[in-house]
Design a protein around this ligand. Structure first.
Ligand code: ATP
Ligand code: MG
Length: 579
């Protein structure tokens, strides 16, 4: 059996093993290619970001897809920076992109490439096209080029420069490179067909003159290749077999193929462009241009603001790479655009954290409770399970004493119906501790605000003791011991935009920013086991949601971000739909 044949069969086996859901349309294409032994049974993909901003959750979908397919088929995936526009690109972005891809759990090994590494080769390919009579230098202005291009209903007009001789074209193109002409004064165009029904085939621009210092090639070049020329060449040079991109490039595919066919690249690899629907997520924006605007105009606190849909924002927010990968897997790949509810992303995060996060107690809006019949100097170390879903995660000790804090909204002086928390004369259970009864309310004489509660406890009701269930109470509250609790700042986040689609036409997306997307609570109290909590570690604050330690945390003060609340709106929507 030949090696390629073997790889092919192994690949098919792998598919069968790893498949627990039907193959998507891209896998079908790849399966057919493997069947036909196209590209010798190889599967080689790439993730090609332009380093002009930070990656967002939409890119995560592309990363999971490209690296995921390579893994599924026992193939390879390259990381390639598509750095053909010096004016918007920067090494800061290159570094952030590498970090984000790694954080998501993918590895390009030694296959890190830059389109700019191929500039010399691309230039040579362009010269070759000129020699073959398939490209020419055009002096029309950008406006004229647009005008000559025609419309969907009218054919284009040929440029008066279209029939320049090969010699003249070679000379002018060399002089473009040498910097003899001004920015925008001339371009190199492919000579294809001005009457093509596909506008992209009407003598598309391949090179433009654009001065600007490139983050890698410095001032070496003043002409830069266009995406439609650079991308297929980069793919072919790297031996990419399946070049996966988003739907807007569907109409560019004939041009992609034209370049692959007409540029003479060594090797037998013929990359194939496949388009899929980009991810759109509700209540946020995803274009890097818009995200950059939010950062530069100070609407958010940087690219890694936990409200941003960027990978760095989601990481700081406390999302796990596992949850993001699971989300990307579950939304699948489609051929038509749609919008995914952000509640589904939150649902995936919750599912993942439910399995792994330590349960702890934290009081976000504290109200003091004094347990009058509890001995004044007594402190008990109570057993508290770390995660009821994972008993092997063990337990910890939580101190209990005479003065504790509970959540202010867990007490109502005048409780409405079905309020099963604390109220005058009522009983509740304190999680991991005792049943207490509210005996007396102390209020500020002037404002009427409740300052503290006086309660009594029943020593027979200690959690875990044989008599614990002696008394039936409906509510269980979380709490912290007043002398032991640590002060903390807690940042609560809501959607960045109030509207499901903030980018509706005719609107400035910034008008739809949610003014309440960030709420900072500075008087929170957390249990003492969080003393040495490290940035990035994640917890469930009982009844309050999942939280992570923010990098802003310091020995002087703990800072937590809420990752998600416990209320699963997605599960609710699903349930309602099933009814
Ligand atoms: P943006 O509009 O956010 O700037 P882009 O497509 O210009 O996105 P690139 O850096 O060129 O950004 O994208 C790198 C890769 O990620 C491309 O293959 C692109 O198709 C893919 N990609 C970008 N946005 C999304 C998205 N929302 N969903 C899926 N894939 C995406
Ligand atoms: Mg782009």
């Amino acid at each position: 059996m030949s090696t390629s044949k073997k790889t092919q069969e192994e690949a098919k086996d792998m598919i069968e093993i790893s498949e627990d859901k039907p193959a998507n349309f891209i896998q079908h294409i790849i399966n057919e290619d493997l069947e036909a032994n196209i590209n010798g049974g190889r599967v080689h993909t790439r993730f090609p970001p332009e380093p002009n901003g930070y990656l967002h959750i939409g890119h995560a979908k592309s990363i999971c897809l490209n690296f995921g397919l390579a893994k599924t088929y026992g193939g390879l995936c390259n990381l390639r920076f598509d750095d053909t526009n010096p004016s918007k690109e920067d090494v800061e972005y290159v570094e952030s992109i590498k970090r984000d891809v790694r954080w998501l759990g993918y590895d390009w090994d030694d296959r890190l490439y830059y389109a700019s590494d191929y500039f010399e080769k691309m230039y040579e390919f362009a010269v070759q096209l000129i020699k073959d009579g398939k490209a020419y230098v055009c002096d029309l202005s950008p406006g004229e080029i647009r005008e000559y291009r025609g419309t969907l209903t009218e054919p284009g007009k040929e440029s008066p420069y279209r029939n320049r001789s090969v010699e003249e074209n070679l000379d002018l193109f060399q002089r473009m490179r040498d910097g003899e002409f001004e920015d925008g004064s001339r371009v190199l165009r492919a000579k294809i067909d001005m009457a093509s029904p596909n506008l992209n085939m009407r003598d598309p621009v391949l090179y433009r003159i654009q001065r600007g210092t490139h983050h890698r090639t410095g001032d070496k070049w003043c002409i830069y290749p266009m995406y439609d020329f650079a991308h297929p060449i980069s793919d072919a040079l790297e031996g990419i077999t399946h070049s996966i991109c988003t739907l807007e490039f569907e109409d560019h595919r004939p041009l992609y193929n034209w370049v692959v066919e007409n540029v003479k690249i060594d090797g037998d690899s013929k990359p194939k462009q496949i388009e899929f629907a980009r991810l759109n997520l509700s209540h946020t924006v995803m274009s890097k241009r818009k995200l950059r605007q939010l950062v530069e105009e100070g609407y958010v606190d940087g690219w890694d603001d936990p409200r941003m849909p960027t990978i760095s924002g989601l990481r700081r927010r406390g999302y796990t790479p596992e949850a993001i990968r699971d989300f990307c897997d579950r939304i699948g790949v489609a051929k038509s655009n749609s919008m995914v509810d952000i509640a589904f992303l939150e649902h995936c995060v919750r599912e993942d954290l439910n399995k792994r996060a330590l349960r702890v107690m934290a009081v976000l809006n504290p109200l003091k409770v004094i347990i009058d019949n509890y001995p004044e100097d007594q402190v008990e170390e109570l057993d508290a399970e770390n995660n009821p879903e994972q008993p092997e995660m063990g337990s910890r000790k939580v101190p209990f004493s005479r003065e504790i804090y509970i959540e202010r909204d867990d007490f109502r002086e005048d409780p409405p119906k079905k309020f099963f928390r604390l109220a005058p004369g009522r009983e509740v259970r304190l999680k991991h501790a005792y049943v207490i009864k509210c005996e007396r309310v102390v209020k500020d004489e002037e404002t009427g605000e409740v300052i503290e509660l006086h309660c009594t406890y029943d020593p027979e009701t200690k959690s875990g003791s044989p008599t614990a269930s002696k008394r039936k109470v409906k509510g269980t509250l979380h709490w912290v011991s007043a002398p032991h609790a640590l002060k903390a700042e807690v940042r609560l986040y809501d959607h960045l935009f109030t509207k499901e689609n903030p980018e509706e036409e005719g609107e400035d997306f910034k008008d739809n920013l949610n003014p309440d997307s960030l709420e900072v609570l500075t008087e929170c109290l957390v249990e003492p086991s969080l003393q040495d909590a490290k940035p990035g570690s994640r917890y469930q604050f009982l009844r309050k949601g999942y939280f992570t330690v923010d990098p802003d945390t310091s020995p002087e003060g703990l800072v937590f971000n809420r990752i998600v609340s416990l209320k699963d709106t997605w599960a609710k929507i699903q349930k309602a739909q099933k009814k």
